[in-house]
Design a protein around this ligand. Structure first.
Ligand SMILES: [Fe+2]
Ligand SMILES: [Fe+2]
Length: 439
């Protein structure tokens, strides 16, 4: 399998996908090894000098088996940050993520190493820990201290691994918001969604921690915006808006000062408010000028802002926010990024309040990675609108359980005065379902 990995993860034993290119230098024909361009990250291909002997092998095999540390070094010196390896022709990345699934159950859905309910508690812990680390980090930066890169990297690894095991668990928790204007929780949510999108895009696991760290810190620059502007409840005056918008430049500066962040990470910080049609800031970049990871961050960022309650606006229901993002696909948002977003979040995110074709009301409890229109729901009342004493948990993806039930429409829980979080807790504690081990 071909995989895009960070150049720093290259090891002897791996097979590098590469071409030979001829060029003239001082009137003499020379051959260069050109690592396969990392197209999906927007990276430029860079060349490394080759010896004549390696030359023909690369031409014949479509790449080269890396056999020594000096080859690794010379490739890394080209400055290329992403490369493509082929795990069928050489070693793969050492696997850090171990599936921990119950062998007596049916295997987890495709693309997931464990079941949702096996990951959710771990995901909650990882999320709480990281949010705390992030809160501390933001406070430190506000006080003029630097970012504790090691600590943030540690937190990033925990999140990345949870997403690699089963992204739906961590993604389902992004419904949890905090109501002040600017919090670590927003950064945590955006980060989770971006990493899940990258994972849905089959980005090499080796670069996920980098994306995680950068997305966690995408708004760190807000700590350099004066508090009276940052917390202003009403509309901004033009000079305030200008200052507020500088947070992207400050975020990039904080990362640069911290050191050790690659170009993609700085792009996430600097470009996450750029829009595909050039209507964003700070540089009014358009389309391909915007880094693919920044395009993903823009989608996740707007979604989290729409679904959050603010002093000046109520929370928009998840489904409606998704529709809004869809409406601006191709204008403000990158098509591909929106598709990945829907793939990561599912058509009906966990916590959506829905009405079934039977007129029963239910809350989406677990996503269905195979068919996102058929999640597992907790049914709260009967078709004659009587509350159920015990919620009925039904996997709409299983014909025997669904018994013809489908989602008919999405409802607004705020308007109908339904506390979705409480309902989810009740479903988790009391919900009645058939033996899940059969699944
Ligand atoms: Fe931002
Ligand atoms: Fe943001």
């Amino acid at each position: 399998m071909k995989k895009l990995i960070a150049a720093r993860d290259l090891r002897p034993g791996m097979f590098l996908e590469a071409d030979v290119v001829k060029d003239y230098k001082n009137g003499e024909e020379q051959s260069f090894l050109e690592a396969r361009e990392a197209v999906s990250t927007g990276d430029k291909s860079k060349r490394a000098r080759l010896t004549g002997r390696m030359n023909s092998r690369v031409e014949r095999d479509g790449g080269i088996l890396i056999t020594s540390a000096s080859q690794v070094e010379s490739l890394q010196q080209t400055g290329l940050s992403m490369i493509t390896i082929n795990s069928e022709k050489g070693d793969d990345l050492p696997g850090s993520v171990k599936p921990l699934t119950d062998p007596s159950r049916t295997p987890p859905p495709e693309g997931r190493l464990v079941h949702f309910d096996e990951e959710i508690e771990r995901a909650k812990e990882a999320r709480d820990e990281t949010t705390e680390t992030l809160r501390e980090t933001l406070q430190n930066v506000a006080l003029g201290k630097g970012v504790d890169v090691e600590k943030i990297h540690g937190a990033s690894t925990v999140i990345t691994e949870s997403i690699l095991r089963n992204m739906d668990a961590m993604v389902s928790l992004t419904r949890i918001k905090q109501h002040d204007a600017y919090t670590a929780v927003h950064c945590m949510n955006v980060c989770t969604l971006v990493v899940a999108m990258a994972q849905a895009d089959n980005v090499s696991p080796s670069i996920l921690p980098m994306i995680t760290t950068a997305a966690l810190l995408h708004d760190v620059g807000k700590t350099r915006v004066p508090l009276e502007i940052l917390n202003k409840p009403g509309r901004f005056e033009p000079h305030e808006l200008e200052e507020m918008r500088k947070h992207v430049i400050y975020s990039a500066e904080v990362l640069e000062e911290a050191g050790g962040f690659p170009e993609e990470a700085i792009a996430i910080a600097m470009q996450h408010h750029e829009m595909m049609d050039g209507s964003g800031y700070p540089h009014k970049l358009r389309g391909e000028q915007i880094h693919p990871f920044a395009r993903m961050t823009a989608v996740a960022d707007v979604y989290d802002a729409l679904t959050a309650k603010r002093i000046y606006k109520p929370a928009m229901p998840m489904y409606q926010s998704l529709l809004r993002i869809h409406k601006n696909k191709g204008t403000e948002f990158d098509d591909h990024a929106v598709n990945l977003f829907v793939k990561a979040l599912g058509a009906y995110p966990v916590g959506s309040y829905v009405e079934l074709n039977t007129r029963e009301k239910a809350v989406v409890f677990e996503p269905n990675p195979v068919d996102s229109r058929k999640p597992t729901v907790g049914i709260l009342n009967t078709s004659s609108q009587k509350d159920r004493a015990v919620p009925l948990v039904v996997d709409l993806g299983l014909r025997s359980e669904a018994e013809g039930r489908e989602i008919a429409k999405v409802l607004d829980p705020h308007r109908l005065n339904v506390d979705v979080e409480k309902a989810l807790q009740r479903i988790e504690r009391k919900g009645e379902r058939r033996d899940r081990r059969r699944r």
